[in-house]
Design a protein around this ligand. Sequence first.
Ligand code: FAD
Ligand code: MLT
Ligand code: ZN
Length: 449
Amino acid sequence: MFDSADLRRLLENVVGSDNVTDTDSSDDADWTGRFVGEPTLLVRPGSTVEVAEVVAVARRSGVSLVPRGGNTGLVGGSISRGRSILVSTSRLRNTGTIDPLTRQVTVGAGVTLHDIQEQAQSFGLRYPVDFGARGTATIGGTVATNAGGVNVVRYGMTRRQIVGIEAVLGSGETVSHLGGLVKDNTGYDLAGLLCGSEGTLGIVTAVRVQLVPLMPHVVTALVSCDDVATAVDVVASVCSRLDTVDAAELVTADGLALVREQIGLEIAMPNRRIHLLIECSSASEQVDVLSDILDEHQGIDVAVAVTPSQRERLWRIREEQTPSINRLGVPFKFDVTVPLPSLAPFVERIPLAVEKVRPGARTFVFGHAADGNMHVNVVGGDGDEVALTEQVLGEVVACGGSISAEHGIGTAKQPWLHMVRSTSEIDAMRSIKAALDPDGIMNPGVLLP
Ligand code: FAD
Ligand code: MLT
Ligand code: ZN
């Protein structure tokens, strides 16, 4: 901890003494426990104006800023490092009213996914970015990481939901463009640029998002089979025939066994290697349509759930993957995208590839099958961490994939950014950062080498 007496006083003058605290152990580590920061100050500004004043204090004091939403990020991006302080958005929680004509709403960066989803639902609408950390992950954090989740196949990543943004840049300038006009071709897309910038360009303080209709008829099919190629074929055939597919999630028998081991399972599952959850939502009933498509496939077992409780029991299997793995031990997490034609051989071969460099490890593969986004989580075993990362990411890049599908680069993948972005691309990103964060105070060490 650097000498912070003066800094604390300056920050307290901005946000009040109650909103400047020393971090404690719960602040200093990321959700997985793999990334641990140094003790520092945590400041909670209550408005965009206060955020701008905090940035100004940081610039004058020569300290860096690490924006912090729900701290559910999985690549070490929201952890303090060096001469940095944490800037929490937990007080930026004002929520606007939903505009019935545009179906849009503006919310503070610290509002959680769950809160936005609830507000939308009360209006018969839906905020479609969804994943297991919804209760803690904030809209600001999901914008900063351009979060994906289970509904990308139908609604896209977070970037596609944003129609307006307000942020304080590292320069101390505030940009605010929250009108929500869908057709507004008036220069560079600052919202699109800040989305996915992982706190390295500025602090998002408010976001205007587009909501979608909440569909009354939801059906979830559990499709079980013995190889990934069959699963990929099933997903491709359903997605080519229905435009109502919200999710297509894959778990393996190992992941299922781990959930059963840790929390038990409330439903009987076929004894097969691969399980898919395919969920569709629509204005009219679709159970038969989906069942008919699945009936065309050989070698699969199908169970269809329509009641909320049946569907919830199926989804628990998928949503318990991450927490169950973390209870086993601090995982090495690889969040990769593999082109669909290469997905089956990749998923089949990656556990063996890991075993070669990390003997004795347990490898769990699960994820968003329709997007080719697999989560390869490695727990335990011995061997060099760099060799493990190079092995897994090497396999991904060899088939034209991405080293980060939805979690971002953070500090975790930063040394491997060059595997998927050219020197000129990285130089262009550096130029943008130099323009918007001239003193380099925004989240140094994250994203850009
Ligand atoms: P934090 O973890 O606090 O921060 C994440 C990054 O964003 C950091 O670099 C931080 O500096 C920056 N940041 C945070 N707030 C702001 C802001 N207001 N302005 C600028 N920068 C900011 N992610 C997915 O994409 N898809 C999934 O399916 C998914 N599932 C998950 C399941 C579980 C159980 C868990 C624990 C995590 C999961 N995640 C998933 C990862 C994580 O939830 C997302 O990355 C999420 O976007 C992080 O939001 P947060 O508010 O927790 O941000
Ligand atoms: C998920 O889809 O569950 C996540 O992205 C989390 C993970 O990789 O563990
Ligand atoms: Zn995911």
